[in-house]
Ligand binder design. Sequence first.
Ligand SMILES: Cc1ncc(COP(=O)(O)O)c(C=O)c1O
Length: 416
Amino acid sequence: MSELFERQRDHLFFTWSVQDDVVPIEIVDAAGARFCTRDQGWLWDLESQVYNVNAGHRHPHIQQRMIAQIEAMPAAAPNAVLPIRAELGELLRRHSGMHRAFLTTGGSEANENAVKMARLFTGRSKVITRRHSYHGATLAILGIAGDDRKAPFARDLQPAIHIDDPYPVPPHAAGEASAWVRSLAAVIEREGPATIAAILLEGLTGANGMQLPPDDFWPRARELCDAHGILLIADEIFSGFGRTGRWFACDRWGVRPDIMTIGKGLTSGYAPLAGVLVSPRIAAHFDDHKLWCGLTTYAHPVSCAAAVGAIEVYEREDLPGNADRVGAVLGERLDALQRAPKLGGLVRDHRGHGLMRVLELDRPVGPLATIALRHGLFLPTKGKLALICPPLCLEAGAVPEIGDRLEAALGELAGM
Ligand SMILES: Cc1ncc(COP(=O)(O)O)c(C=O)c1O
């Protein structure tokens, strides 16, 4: 334990942890898709600092954009008019196809505000989510979503309304609705369509394991929402800004939601910023109805500059395209792990899109994350899952090395 770790631990909490169990990761340097720690040296960052640094570490263009804004105007009231705010609004419009943004400091707040806006717009209150879904850590969102992190608070939360998970997808005959769509239609019917404000779905499930949906998932959800005046909210906080090899995951299905929430890759994690993007119809509603939403650090100028810088990097370096191409190469290597005789069936499944991938093991991951550190990988794990989500600047040439390191780490686990 370093002296620095002890100093920090004395007066700052670590998140989602029993404080005494925290294993320190003391970062001393970072570049591109890797970071360097005091104890483990350089590691491939397969978590992108909580699925955040899509542009990679210490990108000079984003840094310069932020510095320029700090010099020009580092702080401003929520409704102050600034060039950087107008610029970001235009970029978001261009890449998402949505009309207007409400900007927050984090993803949980974005989903809170999306639900508020959906309720204000529809005059209805219920929100449907998937049984296993993560949309944030604040109380209202914990209540609505389906993640086990709500457990300690469950007694005080309103009951959630869930549809089944879309994965694994039971086979369905051509022309017939998938089990997932049937489950959605049944829940809408049971709850009463006129009471439902919104269906909130992750663009591609993140923390709960990249559950690839059946092909009719998004198109039929869109149709059911249209038929019943329900708003479709796509939570693209994890899956957005190129992570799945498209600007937004729901682009893969050609579906436009009524509301999209964004975060993480929006600034590539260089500053806190998230947001709610809405369709022209919803934007127009608030032209003559009060928007009951606000935050002191709304559209923070330095965060806006980080977002503009990050989006410019995604455009100039075609990082969504790179995630698609490198993701395909990585996907082949991960498929090979599933078949590797040396691993004896340890890897039960591999799934994902772009650089948003997961390995599902035949057993709980146990010490895999610690083993992976010894093999030069920072590997996020949960239950039976190992998530593989490196920065989108990863080069195809790095895939064999990462694959070999993963295979060695998994081999150690298999031999235990
Ligand atoms: C899909 C999704 N939605 C919302 C959130 C919450 O975002 P934040 O942690 O910025 O509040 C997360 C965070 O991991 C997420 O993955």
